[in-house]
Write a protein that binds this ligand. Structure first.
Ligand code: NAI
Length: 283
């Protein structure tokens, strides 16, 4: 195995999923979050998601118990072992929060350790800590992590071939399919997906069709498993808006302008599933 000891920083939706797949595939994982309640919740979610895998005969009870034993929860970065081979960062999508964590990690980790960010939109080149730019990379897992096969491996300007090779290897060991891309705004996944969602919001805003009709057309006609408005609610409208803003600013191109309705819904706190209402209402 290219790595033995791993850590995940951020135990929210994505971090808990990443710790899940690492532990299940034999890696020791230190899962770090500043919020103790989130850490406890993460363990509970991982356990429940593993139970689902047991029901589907993907893993057995023993596999689950062994995997859970490999996860250690920690609430400060300084508890991360200096021997850690790779840290996957999955904290909130804020440049300052992420770079602050890398500064601290740089002081703790051995020189050859890799830092991988799960950012969905921030430039890997801009995030890279100067002293470790060759060992810094984007490792963009998809939600829900235990289920989705893709890992978009994003090479920053200075990311080395060695780092890229090791991360591709790790993704394969986790049963994922890594796909390598270069570092441009939105990478590939969100550069293609989020403007499609934005266009669907424009169509709704202009009264071309009802939300259900737009979603039905894309599901039945294009074989998409979810319609774009349903998917926007699932991702979070605030997340969709912030990615559109990254594309708009990054390419300086009006084709990426966020739909005024998307902006208005975010201002009104209608963020989709997580707030109970977006294009649809949720209980
Ligand atoms: P989340 O909000 O569920 O979790 C973020 C976690 O980071 C929280 O538990 C928070 O307590 C923790 N955190 C904040 N500051 C911290 C610090 N200084 N040290 C340690 N932990 C800290 O967010 P989510 O959705 O898991 O997203 C995490 C990253 O993954 C973001 O960069 C996001 O863009 C990216 N991403 C999200 C996807 C999604 O569908 N939610 C899909 C792919 C990437």
């Amino acid at each position: 195995m290219p790595f033995k000891i791993t850590a995940v920083v951020g135990a929210g939706t994505m971090g808990s999923g990443i710790a899940h797949v690492l532990s299940l595939n034999g890696y020791k994982v230190q899962l770090c979050d500043i919020d103790k309640a989130i850490l406890e919740k993460a363990l509970d979610i991982i356990s429940k998601n593993m139970d689902r895998q047991i029901k589907k005969n993907i893993i057995d009870e023993n596999g689950k118990n062994e995997a859970l034993k490999r996860i250690e929860i920690i609430d400060t970065l300084d508890k991360i072992s200096p021997d850690t081979d790779i840290v996957v960062e999955a904290v909130v999508e804020k440049y300052e929060v992420k770079t602050n964590i890398y500064n601290q990690l740089t002081k703790i980790l051995k020189q050859e350790a890799i830092i991988a960010s799960n950012t969905s939109s921030i430039s890997i080149t801009a995030l890279a800590p100067k002293e470790r730019a060759a060992n810094f990379i984007g490792m963009h897992f998809m939600n829900p992590v235990p289920v989705m096969k893709l890992v978009e491996v994003v090479r920053g300007y200075e990311t080395s071939d060695e780092t890229t090779g090791k991360v591709i290897d790790l993704a394969k060991k986790l049963g994922k399919i890594p796909v390598e891309v270069n570092d441009y705004p939105g990478f590939i996944s969100n550069r293609v997906l989020i403007p499609m969602i934005n266009e669907a919001i424009f169509a709704f805003y202009e009264g071309v069709a009802a939300a259900e009709s737009i979603d039905s057309i894309m599901k039945l006609g294009m074989n998409h498993p979810m319609g774009p408005l349903e998917l926007a609610d699932f991702i979070g409208l605030d997340v969709c808006l912030s990615i559109m803003e990254v594309l708009y600013e990054g390419y300086n191109d009006s084709k990426y302008r966020p739909c005024p309705l998307l902006k208005k819904m975010v201002s009104a706190g209608k963020l989709g599933r997580k707030s109970g209402e977006g294009f649809y209402k949720y209980k």
